[in-house]
Design a protein around this ligand. Structure first.
Ligand SMILES: NC(=O)c1ccc[n+]([C@@H]2O[C@H](COP(=O)([O-])OP(=O)(O)OC[C@H]3O[C@@H](n4cnc5c(N)ncnc54)[C@H](O)[C@@H]3O)[C@@H](O)[C@H]2O)c1
Ligand SMILES: O=C(O)C(=O)C[C@]1(C(=O)O)C=C[C@@H](O)C=C1
Length: 369
């Protein structure tokens, strides 16, 4: 049997992220010890098979951990990381926090001289959910996702290597960045989208019920992350305030431009060209996003299939696609209200579309559009 990638890992903060890391490590037989300030969350994580709780009698065993993963909310990171460096003197310490420069500054502020800050390397898996707590945790949460690894000037190379190994063991792709560079990047790819989603979803609070019934997948795609924990997001956004505020001003300028264009009735042609340019710019931006495992997004196509709302239909569709030798890269399901059918978008590699269409026709599936 191959050696587990780590002998013993302590996870502090057994919520959504910490428990997901623990479950991912358990797949490889890693011994995981869990701690959480909330006994209820700890109990749930243990019952999910994420690890065993650290009891006071376990201290000597826990001290021999080779890695400590801190999965607590951003405002608590500095104290908990500094405390972990002191309590686990031979372990590499990493965290899962969404903002890295503030976590490092807080850790420096709380770690006494000689605390072993060279054993700390920041981390940030670019995967998550709008849900919180261990019940939402998944062992496969990180599969194919990027995992930012953010060493500071004094981080030891073996500590960096251990955090990259953690990312790979969890199925993710480690990407090394400085803490500042990371925060600039996530301001655009994570924090701005969160605020945009929140602002759009906020407008729904005053919408007429009769209008909301028309909500389709577009609105759901744009607003899913607005359901995230407001306490967590207050901490994330305030810890990365400057770059996020800068981008919000830029986005607001662009929104104003579109609004003014729509209001201009006299210069209709110039206005339409401006509007088209804004829409074209968005389409160009979205094409720049890498696909699964960093592949070019153009490599995948969506094939929409109408699915009768009956037990077993989704399984039958997947089985037919699998039997045709076509790999499904991603799936989206749109449920229309008051309709006994759903629309399933099968995302597959472009080269496999003809084989997929043939198999779907052969099995009598209703391919839409
Ligand atoms: N939610 C996401 O999508 C996501 C994605 C990537 C990274 N992150 C980051 O991961 C971290 C955890 O987020 P989450 O979504 O798992 O939150 P969560 O609320 O699901 O879990 C946090 C856990 O930490 C525990 N906790 C709080 N303070 C503690 C302390 N001082 N000591 C021990 N335990 C403590 C809580 O009881 C809770 O169980 C955050 O720093 C967040 O920025 C979140
Ligand atoms: O909810 C999701 O799907 C997410 O992946 C959340 C997301 C993101 O913006 O990508 C949100 C914050 C985190 O720090 C990392 C991941």
């Amino acid at each position: 049997m191959t050696e587990p990638p780590f002998r013993r890992v302590v996870v502090i903060g057994a919520g959504l992220m910490g428990t997901s890391v623990a479950l991912a490590l358990r797949r490889f037989g890693v011994e995981v010890l869990l701690e959480d300030a909330d006994p209820g969350n700890l109990r749930v994580a243990v019952s999910l098979g994420a690890g065993v709780p650290v009891t006071p009698g376990d201290a000597p065993r826990a001290e021999q951990a080779d890695l400590v993963v801190v999965g607590v909310p951003p405002a608590a990171l500095g104290t908990v990381i500094a405390d972990a460096l002191a309590r686990f003197p031979s372990a590499v310490v990493t965290d899962l926090g969404s903002v890295k420069a503030a976590a490092l500054a807080d850790t420096r502020a709380h770690a006494p001289a000689g605390a072993g800050l060279d054993r700390y390397v920041g981390g940030h898996p670019m995967a998550g959910s709008e849900q919180s707590g261990p019940l939402a945790a998944r062992a496969d949460l990180f599969d194919g996702r990027a995992w930012a690894v953010t060493p500071h000037a004094d981080s030891r190379p073996d500590a960096v290597a251990a955090v990259e190994r953690l990312a790979r063991t969890c199925g993710a792709l480690p990407v090394q960045l400085s803490p500042g560079e990371h925060d600039e990047a996530v301001a655009l790819v994570s924090h701005l989208p969160q605020v945009a989603s929140t602002v759009v979803a906020g407008l729904l609070t005053t919408a007429a019920e009769g209008h909301l019934v028309l909500a389709g997948q577009g609105l759901r795609d744009v607003t899913r992350i607005a359901g995230g924990d407001p306490d967590l997001w207050t901490q994330i956004l305030s810890a990365n305030a400057e770059p996020v505020a800068r981008l919000l001003h830029e986005a607001a300028d662009n929104l104003h431009r579109v609004a003014h264009t729509l209001e201009k009735r006299d210069a209709a042609e110039a206005g339409l060209a401006d509007l088209r340019n804004s829409l074209e710019r968005g389409a160009t931006g979205v094409r720049r996003l890498p696909g699964k495992h960093g592949a070019q997004p153009e490599a995948f196509s969506a094939v929409p299939v109408l699915l009768p709302d009956q037990p077993g239909e989704l399984a039958r569709l997947f089985a037919d696609v699998g039997a045709a030798g076509v790999n499904i890269e991603d799936v989206r399901i749109d449920h229309s209200p008051n309709t006994p059918a759903g629309l399933v978008e099968l995302w597959v590699h472009q080269d496999t579309v003809p084989a997929l269409l043939e198999a779907l026709a052969h099995h009598g599936w209703d391919v839409h559009g």
